[in-house]
Write a protein that binds this ligand. Structure first.
Ligand SMILES: [Zn+2]
Length: 164
């Protein structure tokens, strides 16, 4: 089990990379449907429900993430709509190894096991996408090429998105 780096420290490390931007992309209609969800910030109700269950489960299991980022700009709709969160194991930009990696894997197992209950759309970790495509057993993320970076390949964070 890793020592848990809580709260602001993680948030700052994400913000400093520029990975997490503000809510400016979310249009008014979407933003009005978002709820404040603790450290996850503004997210959809579904995401907040998941977040509030995943946190205690991860703490109990000893695999809680170090920081979290949800609402931000992105070419894909999930983060701008507030229905995706990045659960960082270690630091953004740094490949998770050792306990960071195994803890992230435990988190993914929990998410996949509970995908129905919390309306999870997909989970990405270590270049593998878990979704209905492949019956949640995981398939290779095409964006994770040999030249792709640590964050693009989700080697530093677990990405989880819920349905609309
Ligand atoms: Zn993400």
């Amino acid at each position: 089990m890793r020592k848990q780096i809580v709260g602001l420290l993680g948030a700052i490390s994400i913000a400093s990379t520029g990975m997490i931007a503000t809510a400016s992309m979310a249009d008014a209609a979407t933003a009005s449907k978002l709820v404040k969800c603790g450290k996850a910030g503004k997210v959809t109700k579904k995401m907040c429900t998941l977040y509030k269950k995943a946190g205690p489960a991860a703490s109990k299991g000893g695999y809680h993430w170090d920081s979290v980022g949800c609402l931000r700009k992105d070419p894909l709709p999930y983060h701008p709509e507030g229905r995706a969160c990045d659960l960082v194991y270690g630091k953004i930009g740094k490949k998770a190894t050792g306990d960071n990696k195994s803890d992230g894997t435990k988190m993914v197992k929990w998410l996949v096991a509970h995908h129905k209950k919390y309306s999870i759309d997909h989970v990405i970790w270590q270049g593998v996408i878990y979704s209905p495509n492949g019956n949640w057993r995981g398939h290779k993320d095409k964006n994770c090429t040999s030249r792709a970076g640590v964050t693009v390949c989700h080697r530093d964070h677990v990405h989880v998105a819920v349905t609309r």
